[in-house]
Design a binder for this molecule. Structure first.
Ligand code: ASN
Ligand code: ZN
Ligand code: CA
Ligand code: CA
Length: 304
């Protein structure tokens, strides 16, 4: 049989069945999606519980990725494809670099690793310890969060420290919500498997998970690059207020234009307000209801 694109199947982290774009070569099937209109591919590898990147290709002998241990591999590739499709279909953005770059993920990173990250070249996912997290690629909003770090890096380039870093985090959470429509929570699908209803963060109610939702409560700290995962609650609340007031399809247009046209590496919260207002003015006009909703959202979190 010739090498080439095939269709396989598998089960995700949560046990959900899905069809997969796979690739056949030399008697082996790969989580390697060549079906997108990009020059690169969407591929997934496994670190096999070690910390060496990028690791070995995720493979299967019969194109049925149905072992429980393959759930992380399946979802990393499937959800990376969903995020690619979202940016392409919504903004005509072709991969994180807008030039069709390969989207690579490595799963089963380290042991009991309760995190995921973009390392400047690829996404990396732990399996979690089974108490705080299950394998983190099992959540579309987490995958969207990590891949959006790559988009931010290639566009606004927000420095990962202090207010610009908190904006960087907030942009990733916000696009996670745009992609995983239906809730304002981040990480709920993979967080604390023994406790339902909770999440890593909430955009509608940041204080529920220890984040400020107003400048009055901004946290000054030297840990976490100046509290980037804490102070992101302030722009996250502004994003929630914008989304709930204008709807997702208007809000995502404003956010994407601000990210790609107006924000820069040194942007602070006040600059984010101005960038979103400039984007809203371009799209809908100064003083439009959309423009005024952005201004109101940032007023409510204490950013002028
Ligand atoms: N999961 C974290 C994030 O994407 C990892 C990190 O701190 N960079 O923000
Ligand atoms: Zn992040
Ligand atoms: Ca969510
Ligand atoms: Ca939970």
């Amino acid at each position: 049989v010739a090498d080439g694109a095939t269709t396989g199947s598998g089960y995700g982290v949560l046990g959900d069945y899905k069809t997969l774009n796979t690739y056949y070569s030399n008697g082996t099937y790969y989580l390697y999606d060549v079906t997108k209109p990009m020059s690169g591919v969407i591929e997934t590898r496994t670190a096999q519980s070690r910390s060496v990147l990028p690791g070995n290709y995720s493979v299967d002998a019969d194109n049925k990725f149905n072992a429980v241990s393959q759930g992380a591999d399946v979802d990393a590739n499937y959800y990376a494809g969903k995020v690619y499709d979202y940016y392409k279909n919504t903004f005509n953005r072709n991969s994180f670099d807008n030039n069709g770059a390969t989207i690579r993920s490595t799963v089963h990173y380290s042991r009991n690793y309760n995190n995921a990250f973009w390392n400047g070249s690829q996404m990396v996912y732990g399996d979690g310890d089974g108490v705080t997290f299950i394998p983190l690629s099992g959540a579309l909003d987490v995958v969207a969060h990590e891949l959006t770090h790559a988009v931010t890096e290639r566009t606004a380039g927000l420095d990962y420290v202090d207010q610009s870093g908190a904006l960087n985090e907030s942009i990733s959470d916000t696009f996670g919500v745009f992609l995983d429509k239906g809730d304002y929570l981040v990480g709920e699908d993979v967080y604390t498997p023994n406790k339902s209803g909770d999440a890593l963060r909430s955009l509608s109610n940041p204080p529920l998970y220890g984040q400020p939702d107003n400048m009055n409560n901004y946290v000054y700290t030297t840990s976490d690059n100046g509290g980037v995962h804490t102070n992101s609650g302030i722009p996250n609340k502004a994003a929630y207020l914008t989304m709930s007031s204008l709807g997702m399809s208007v809000a995502e247009k404003i956010y994407y234009r601000a990210l790609t046209v107006y924000l820069n590496p040194q942007s602070n919260f006040s600059d984010a307000r101005a960038s979103l207002l400039a984007a809203a003015a371009d799209l809908y006009g100064t003083g439009s209801t959309q423009y005024n909703a952005v201004a109101s959202a940032w007023n409510q979190v204490g950013v002028q």
